[in-house]
Design a binder for this molecule. Structure first.
Ligand code: FAD
Length: 339
């Protein structure tokens, strides 16, 4: 293709589309390259759909900053895009004295990050907020919300496209060369020319980085499996209920989440895997979801399971290291005009 773009974004998940939308406010020629046949096919399609408040992240990290700012600004974004969103709050429930100490530390961390509306509550208050959740005490976060991640990602993309961003699906980027300050991005279908490149390729962002000459990232895929429960269970759960997370695991623990469409998710598990596209469900994990989920929400019946799915976390932290790293947003000398 002879056309020269100002910016090409690689990846059409929630991150690539949010960037496309934001950039489309300016007078720029924008292209989005996506290997799948539509937007929102990978991690953005396979998660809990929770708008986090920002108390899980270490103060000073990009995660803490964006989580808090993103949460506070989301009513406006949802309104502009016409995306249904419910600020229903969330409970992180504990059972032991050790859990209680962790909840108090989590509240303090959240407050350092600027999260408002955090409160430590006892059993009676838990039952008042949601009678179907069990726990001795909890941290109640009033600003957490739920949304449908497909609708959000699609709305971001449609807004960007309406503002002139051009989308190319079924275009997996396989090679990138820079000639005379112009990047030539080769896909299986064509070659695209651009002055700037944004790498938003999620699980494959390390491979795209390597094509750009940046060698020092490795993504470790970490799968999370879920059950979806029938809509009739939805009326029994008004807000997400999480356990106290184990920091070594690098996930937030197996939780119960009402979806904006009226179902309930149980999950996700947290398991490092070898392949980045292995979305299989396993008996071992399904049993674990029922056991761990049932501790917080004793209304799980097998006849309510309507299907299962899995998402894969693109982690920079390896299994041995545990936990998780901060977001990476950077520009490097070895790859000029690349974000
Ligand atoms: C189990 C689980 C639960 C989660 N729960 C939550 C939650 O409740 N709340 C929350 O905020 N976050 C949650 N997350 C995290 C959230 O889902 C991710 O942060 C977010 O979806 C990442 O979006 P992305 O655009 O970076 O990646 P993706 O959605 O994966 O998008 C990347 C895109 O790049 C494309 N791509 C890759 N390589 C190429 C290539 N070579 N050429 C062209 N295209 C390419 C892919 O096909 C994909 O469409 C969860 C994640 C998981 C796995």
């Amino acid at each position: 293709m002879d056309k020269l773009y100002d910016v090409i974004i690689i990846g059409s998940g929630v991150v690539g589309n949010a960037i496309a939308r934001e950039m489309s406010r300016y007078n720029l020629k924008i292209g989005v390259l996506e290997k799948e046949l539509d937007v929102c096919n990978e991690t953005s399609a396979r998660n809990s759909g929770v708008l986090h408040a920002g108390f899980n992240n270490k103060p000073g990290t990009l995660m803490a900053k964006f989580c808090v700012e993103g949460n506070q600004g989301f009513d406006q974004v949802a309104k502009e895009l016409g995306v249904p969103f419910k600020r229903c709050g969330k409970l992180v429930v504990g059972f032991s004295e050790e859990d209680k100490e962790k909840l108090i530390a989590m509240k303090e961390q959240g407050e350092k990050n600027g999260v408002k509306g955090l409160e430590i509550i006892g059993k009676d208050k838990i039952k008042e907020i949601e009678p179907n959740i069990d726990g001795e005490f909890a941290m109640w976060s009033k600003t957490t919300g739920i949304l449908n991640p497909f609708l959000l990602t699609i709305a971001l993309a449609e807004n960007a496209a309406a503002n002139g961003a051009e989308y190319y699906f079924g275009n997996e980027v396989i090679d990138i060369k820079r000639v005379d300050d112009i990047y030539n991005i080769k896909t299986e279908k064509d070659t695209y020319k651009t002055r700037w490149v944004v790498n938003a390729a999620g699980l494959y962002s390390d491979r795209v980085s390597k094509m750009l000459g940046i060698d020092d990232y490795t993504i470790h895929p970490c799968r999370g499996e879920y059950f979806i429960l029938d809509e009739k269970v939805g009326s029994k759960l008004s807000l997400p209920a999480y356990p106290v997370p184990n920091p070594k695991e690098g996930g937030l623990g197996i939780h119960l989440t009402p979806t904006i469409d009226g179902n309930v998710f149980i999950g996700p598990s947290s398991e490092y895997i070898d392949e980045r596209d292995d979305y299989s469900a396993t008996q071992k994990i399904m049993d674990l979801l029922i056991k761990d989920g049932g501790r917080i929400f004793p209304h799980i019946r097998r006849e309510d399971f309507i299907r299962n799915f899995a998402g894969i976390r693109p982690k920079l932290a390896s299994k041995e290291e545990g936990g998780y790293h901060d977001f990476v947003i950077e520009m490097r000398d070895e790859a000029p005009n690349v974000l």
